[in-house]
Write a protein that binds this ligand. Structure first.
Ligand code: SAM
Length: 267
C-alpha cells in the first residue's frame, strides 16, 4: 500500500501497533467459511489478517486513492472485493457476496456512532457480530449500564438490538497520526430478534420515544417525555403507570426492557 497522506476529514488515524492489530483480529472470532466486512481498510493494518481468516473479505472504503489501491490489489484475489462507497449508505444488497457478515472496523471518530446505528437499523439481521473500535467516550456510551453518566438514547437503542461489551482500551500511541483521544474496542452481538420487535413495536415509534425520553435528562422521565413528545403530563402519566414505571425517576434509571414497555404503553 502506498503511503497516502492521512486525511483528517475521513478520520484517518492508522493503526501501527502490532499487538493491538492481533488483538482486534482475534477478538473478531472469525470462523471457517465466514464472510467478513471490513469498514475502512485504510492502509491495511487489519486487512491481510482478516483476509487470511475469512472465506470472503469485503472492504468498504470511502477514500478515492485508498479504494483504487485496494481495487488493484484485490483484482487478482477472487476471495476479496473492494466496495468504493460511504459505509453510511451501503446496504447488504450492494455487497458482492451474501451474508450474514462478521463486521470489523476501526471506525473514523466522526462517524462511528452513526455507522453502528446504520448496521443495526438497516442491515436487518445480516450482522453476525461486529468488532468495532471507537473513541473511548462513544464506546462507553454504546455499552453503558443504566444509572451511569454515559447511559443515554444511544445506549438504549444499540442495546435493544444487540448485546455489547467493551473488550479493551487502545492508547493514542497505537495510531499514526497520533489522535488526541483514547480508544476502545467493543463487540456487538445482535439478538436474533431485536427487543422492540419482540414486543411488537414499530421501530420508528420506539426510537422517537427513547429520544424524547432523554430530551431533558436532568428532569423526571415524565417531564422529559412530555417535553420531548410535546404532550401534556396528563397524557404521559397513564402510560408510565401501565408500564409499571415510577414517574419520578430520571430517564437514565430505566433499562432497555423498561423503555420497550414504556414505548408499548405510549403507542
Ligand atoms: N482500518 C485502518 C486502520 O486500522 O489503520 C484505517 C482506520 S481509519 C481510523 C478509518 C478508515 O475509514 C479510513 O481508511 C477512512 O478512509 C475510512 N472511512 C472514513 N469514513 C468512511 C465512510 N463513511 N465509509 C467508508 N470508509 C470510511
Amino acid at each position: 500500500m502506498k503511503n497516502v497522506r492521512a486525511k483528517k476529514s475521513l478520520g484517518q488515524n492508522f493503526l501501527v501497533d502490532e499487538g493491538v492489530i492481533s488483538r482486534i483480529a482475534s477478538a473478531a472470532a472469525i470462523r471457517e467459511g465466514e464472510v467478513v466486512v471490513e469498514i475502512g481498510p485504510g492502509r491495511g493494518a487489519l486487512t491481510p489478517r482478516l483476509r487470511s481468516q475469512a472465506r470472503h473479505l469485503i472492504c468498504i472504503e470511502k477514500d478515492d486513492a485508498l479504494a483504487e489501491q485496494w481495487e488493484r490489489k484485490f483484482a487478482a484475489d477472487s476471495g476479496a472485493d473492494l466496495v468504493h462507497a460511504d459505509a453510511l449508505k451501503v446496504l447488504p444488497k450492494d455487497l458482492p457476496v451474501e451474508g450474514p457478515y462478521r463486521v470489523v472496523a476501526n471506525l473514523p471518530y466522526n462517524v462511528g456512532g452513526r455507522i453502528t446505528m446504520h448496521l443495526l437499523e438497516d442491515w436487518t439481521g445480516q450482522v453476525r457480530s461486529a468488532t468495532l473500535m471507537f473513541q473511548k467516550e462513544v464506546a462507553e456510551r454504546i455499552c453503558a449500564s443504566p444509572s451511569t453518566k454515559p447511559y443515554g438514547a444511544l445506549s438504549v437503542l444499540v442495546q435493544s438490538f444487540a448485546e455489547c461489551w467493551v473488550l479493551f482500551g487502545v492508547p493514542p500511541g497505537a495510531f499514526r497520526p497520533i489522535p488526541k483521544v483514547q480508544s476502545r474496542v467493543i463487540r456487538l452481538q445482535p439478538f436474533e430478534v431485536p427487543k422492540w420487535k419482540e414486543a411488537g413495536l414499530d421501530y420508528e415509534h420506539f426510537r422517537k420515544t427513547v429520544h424524547a425520553g432523554f430530551a431533558a435528562r436532568r428532569k423526571t422521565v415524565s417531564n422529559s417525555l412530555s417535553v420531548g413528545l410535546q404532550r401534556e403530563s396528563s397524557e404521559i402519566l397513564p402510560a408510565l403507570a401501565a408500564a409499571e414505571i415510577d414517574a419520578s425517576v430520571r430517564p437514565q434509571a430505566l433499562g432497555v426492557d423498561a423503555w420497550v414497555r414504556l414505548a408499548g404503553a405510549i403507542e
